[in-house]
Design a protein around this ligand. Structure first.
Ligand code: ADP
Length: 162
């Protein structure tokens, strides 16, 4: 079975990577799909995020990295994927994710959403929290892949020079 793991990944965290690695054990192929959202102002461009995810998933042969625009179910159909993979952290995620999976189910009956519960150590972790820590010069080495941490430190330095 082929699964799409959609999200913003601005930037990819160790929590995302944990879901990708575990998803790879369940599904034959996992397509990590960055949503191109014109209404959001991300820290990293889509191209930068694709590069970060590719570098982070080099060790996983059944991962493909791509970007898409519009409805996730349309993209899934186009890629002939049967599953949308999502991660669940806390109860707060549950409500939003449940609503989204119901909506997606009304749009396409053939596509199922499968949730993986986050590993304990990443249950508090979000991309926005990582950005907030980096903005104030904090250490993010334990939260994101090494090369992403370096890019975040660079962003912090640039902002200081402005
Ligand atoms: P979105 O903008 O769609 O919320 P994110 O990049 O924040 O995109 O998240 C993509 C998916 O990864 C979502 O299903 C989210 O719940 C999940 N996720 C985010 N952070 C973690 C984490 N620390 N552990 C497990 N899953 C996570």
């Amino acid at each position: 079975m082929k699964a799409i793991y959609p999200g913003s990944f601005d930037p990819i965290t160790l929590g995302h990577l944990d879901i990708i690695e575990r998803g790879c054990r369940v599904f034959e192929q996992v397509i990590v799909a960055v949503l191109r959202n014109p209404h959001k102002t991300p820290l990293f461009s889509v191209q930068e995020r694709l590069g970060q995810i590719r570098q982070s998933t080099q060790h996983l042969p059944n991962v493909e990295v791509d970007s898409f625009e519009g409805l996730t179910v349309n993209y899934a159909q186009m890629r002939q994927a049967q599953v949308l993979l999502r991660g669940l952290r806390a109860l707060s995620d549950f409500e939003v994710e449940l609503q989204m999976s119901h909506t997606n189910n009304t749009l396409s009956r053939e596509i199922e959403t499968v949730f993986l519960a986050t590993s304990n150590e990443y249950s508090f972790l979000s991309s926005s929290q990582v950005k907030e820590i980096a903005r104030f010069g904090g250490c993010v080495d334990h939260l994101v892949p090494q090369h992403v941490a370096i890019e975040l430190y660079r962003c912090h330095e640039k902002n200081h020079l402005k």
